[in-house]
Design a protein around this ligand. Structure first.
Ligand code: AMP
Length: 405
């Protein structure tokens, strides 16, 4: 880890500003948290700071309130959930969690001043101020004035240079990684810089356009690249095989052809589906047939999942890999009948306990959860967009801004 982490610094009695990702899904009326995974993910960092007698100030965005206060996007419902999660029932004590109705200004400053070691202050939604996303220096300075140490644990926002992820670090040092951020940088960084080999990447999802930069960057790193999902059909077309009504990006066929040539030149084994489950309509109850991918698809049919031969070939490379990166589903897994390939990949990745396995992207993460194998995965990335940009080889502003070791 090239950056300082919260474990490297003295926290005792200090005001510690922790940028967290509490961008949780809320019920329609904005009062109930429907999934607290993101809060739970950052608990180790908050608990670490509390154990080390810090005065903890938490800041996050929630939804897209477009720079104006909007009760629908208030972080207030998070207070009670946080209190519950932090409660140490076994030790019979509870943590004091206060709420500041604005993330900057007099009230926030006063509440921060009143904080004692081992207490928590949650600030209202950062994006109630347009200055947050504009990375405004005065706003960054106002946030910085609340604390003496900056911790970033919001990996999912690290690809954006906002006031709370980048600007603030100009006024508040040291700027260090939280435990979740540290884990993200360590696993993704190691996969890209010094992977245990064989290194296999599986990329799926709808379009090449969304993943081409990842494909290009990974071609310099991996031993085997597996391409599945909707984007495989553009590659199939590049190989001269018709794909019926399957999803194809006509303007990317040439790029797919170049990518195939590049993989070959670099000695990377590129695996495309061998067979597909074709459907006669885009529906869970469509008629289906398994079809060999070297043969033109019938004109009215479309591929919605990979077939059994493809699954077997992917299982083989996954089970012998030492590093696995997976991002994107192998089919339209939202329809249970076309989730077979995606679920099979989830189980195969989980079965290989000897490999470092890294899962990114919301769809692959839900497939892992659906298959009930999350415990067997080395690292499930919390940041969809951020992990993709990391895999593209881009520098993330929120990571770059942290103090070097
Ligand atoms: P992405 O957002 O690019 O990662 O793509 C995720 C989406 O790709 C999911 O909603 C899947 O339903 C979709 N997808 C995967 N395979 C196919 C396919 N064969 N045809 C159409 N859509 C697909």
């Amino acid at each position: 880890m090239p950056k300082l982490s919260i474990r490297d610094i003295e926290l005792n009695n200090k005001h510690v500003f922790i940028r967290v990702d509490f961008n949780v899904p809320l019920s329609e009326d904005g009062t109930e948290i429907t999934d607290d995974t993101r809060i739970a993910a950052t608990l180790p960092t908050i608990e670490y700071a509390l154990r080390h007698h810090a005065k903890v100030i938490l800041a996050s965005h929630l939804g897209r309130p477009k720079g104006k206060p909007n009760p629908k996007y208030s972080l207030r419902p998070v207070v009670d959930r946080l209190r519950e999660l932090l409660d140490k029932k076994e030790d019979n004590y509870s943590i004091n969690v206060a709420f500041a109705p604005d993330c900057v200004g007099e009230i926030a400053e006063e509440l921060a001043r009143q904080l004692e070691s081992g207490q928590v202050l949650l600030l209202e939604n950062l994006r109630f101020h347009a200055e947050e996303e504009a990375n405004d220096p005065a706003f960054s300075k106002a946030l910085a004035s609340l604390a003496e140490i900056y911790v970033n644990d919001a990996f999912g926002s690290a690809h954006r240079a906002h006031a709370s992820t980048e600007g603030i670090t100009h006024y508040l040092k040291p700027a260090v990684a939280g435990l979740l951020m540290e884990k993200e940088i360590t696993y993704l960084g190691k996969a890209l810089e010094a992977p245990e080999r064989p290194f296999v990447a599986i990329l799926g999802g709808s379009k090449i356009s969304g993943k081409i930069d990842v494909i290009q960057n990974l071609l310099d790193k991996v031993d085997t690249l597996v391409i599945v999902g909707g984007m495989a059909y553009t590659f199939q077309r590049a190989l001269g095989v018709a794909t019926g009504k399957s999803l194809v990006e006509e303007d990317k066929i040439e790029l797919a052809r170049e990518t195939l040539a590049k993989a070959q030149a670099k000695g990377v084994k590129l695996i495309l589906p061998l067979d597909n489950v074709l459907a006669d309509s885009f529906a869970n109850d469509a008629r289906t047939q398994v079809w060999d991918c070297t043969v033109d698809f019938p004109a009215d049919w479309q591929g919605l999942d990979i077939g059994p031969k493809s699954i077997k070939a992917i299982e083989e490379v996954v089970l012998t890999a030492k590093t696995i990166v997976w991002n994107g589903p192998a089919g339209v897994f939202e329809f249970p009948r076309f989730a077979t390939g995606t679920n099979a990949i989830a189980r195969a990745v989980a079965r290989n306990r000897a490999a470092i396995s890294i899962i990114g992207g919301g769809d692959s993460v839900s497939a892992i959860n659906q298959a009930g194998v999350a415990e067997q995965i080395t690292h499930i990335s919390t940041g969809g967009g951020a992990s993709l940009e990391f895999l593209e080889g881009k520098k993330l502003p929120g990571v770059e801004a942290l103090t070097d070791k």
